[in-house]
Design a protein around this ligand. Structure first.
Ligand code: C5P
Length: 225
């Protein structure tokens, strides 16, 4: 039924936004509704972060991270994330791994190394890709670009609920601080900072439910030619 709303195939929707803005949930749901592939680009950075952490790699040393990256096997299958064939879906969601992911994501060499990996997700009927530079660097020609935002308080609340539901211990005050620090790190960095693409539609999801946000994006599809 949703085929009617997609103007043409293959189709590419790129969504960027700050930590906890809901892009993961929204993009996944959207991809299921529209029967498109789904790319959680943050999970790639998180997998590299987890692996670097396990191997004790110096996070300031881009060259070491890049050579390590060439030796590891990262894979996504059935909504789960695998590092060297071991499922690590829960391990990559911790605050510590998120913080390290944000740190290693500052290295342009690391970003370049996974550029094509991300672009390869755009195949078949198309893709819904979410992250920090989907609309600006990875898929600058996306058919529809969304910048999903939400207030820091709302984002901290959502992250808290999400972590607790996954059985991961969390503290809401720490989360709010963590979110602010991550915003700064992701927005102020030199390479591929989180910013609003010139041609992106800005959606603030503070007062929208998950379904309302997905519907708001689907509504915008009809304006894409
Ligand atoms: O989205 P998520 O919180 O899982 O991303 C973890 C970190 O990975 C972000 O804070 C950001 O620094 C980095 N990232 C990025 N570019 C992307 C996706 C994530 O730099 N496209």
């Amino acid at each position: 039924m949703f085929d009617k709303v997609i103007p043409r195939l293959p189709f590419l929707i790129a969504i960027d936004g700050p930590a906890g803005s809901g892009k993961g949930t929204i993009a996944k749901l959207l991809s299921e509704k529209l029967d498109l592939n789904y790319l959680d680009s943050g999970a790639i950075y998180r997998l590299i972060a987890l692996s670097s952490l396990q191997e004790g790699i110096n996070l300031n040393d881009a060259e070491s991270i890049i050579s390590h990256l060439k030796e590891i096997d990262i894979e996504f299958s059935g909504g789960a994330a695998f590092l060297n064939n071991i499922e690590v879906s829960t391990q990559i969601r911790t605050q510590e791994v998120g913080r390290i992911a944000s740190k290693i994501a500052q290295h342009i060499g690391v970003r370049n190394q996974i550029l094509q990996v991300q672009r390869d997700f755009f195949c078949g009927r198309g893709l819904v890709a979410e992250g920090r530079d989907m609309t600006t660097v990875v898929f600058p020609n996306a058919d529809l670009k969304i910048y999903l935002d939400a207030s820091p308080t709302e984002r901290a609340k959502r992250r808290y609920k999400q972590l607790i539901s996954k059985g991961i211990d969390a503290n809401i005050t720490d989360l709010a601080e963590e979110i602010k620090a991550r915003d700064r790190q992701d927005m102020d960095r030199m390479y591929s900072p989180l910013k609003i693409a010139r041609d992106a539609i800005i959606l603030n999801s503070d007062d929208l439910s998950i379904d309302q946000t997905v519907d708001a994006i689907i509504l915008n599809l009809k304006d894409v030619h």
